[in-house]
Design a protein around this ligand. Sequence first.
Ligand code: CMP
Length: 268
Amino acid sequence: MDELPVVLKKDRKPRASVSAEVFGAHNRREDYKPRVIPKSEEQKARIQKRMEQAFMFSGLDSKETEIVVMAFEEKKFKAGDDVIIQGGDGDFFYVVDEGQLDCTKQYKGKPKPTYLKTYEPGESFGELALLYNAPRAASIKSKTDSTCFALDRACFNNIVKEAACKKRQRYESFLQSLSLFDKIDPYYATKIADGLNFMEVKAGDKIINNGDNREFFFFVEKGCVEEFLPDGKLRFTHGAGDYFGEEAFLNKTNQSIDCVAKVSLISL
Ligand code: CMP
């Protein structure tokens, strides 16, 4: 087989900056009195389970988690009920526990709202108006009878927002620097940022082993990663802003490469 060239992928743009308004002053934690909604142990356990599935809460410590669990309110909706109306004020952030809810958006110049997605148990919505202090960006209607856990704006702003904003800021600006995400709707870029997990690896650590399943692919934030073919030949050297492991991920096959950190690096 021909020797494969060592390629440093050069497909990135300069980093874009993140809007400062997202990180507006909301540091009122001292005078904030969280609301406490009495609930059974069974309800607490259900809320906690749903919180583990929502990225928004991934940065909370145990004390903050407890405050948030107690502030959540269980809300039941009938099929056809409006939960959020586009253009309205943001009062609650919702996590779905049971049932399905449809999200639609009225775009300018379109005669009818566009269907966007159906929310299922474990998914959450209604974060944008609270994070960005903006009107509701879409409408949500209960498709079936549903149960959601609703978190009030004050608790969201005082406890949850900071951790979520930090994660978004870090990953959004990184993703914006990649040409892979050039044409993506900013809403979905944000969703991808939310879904990223940080992973720190030392020089020499193996990140992907040949045969690994295809659950993740990786972006290099700092440092450098070498990618080897099964016969041990160097295929690529990935630098900051590059991604790897995407072939198996997209083709739904297992990995056929080994990837090893060359210099100490941080990958996402
Ligand atoms: P928010 O604007 O607070 O209320 C409506 C919610 O719909 C919004 O937060 C998001 O959680 C959700 N949503 C889903 N898809 C979109 C989209 N493409 N644009 C805007 N909001 C969306």
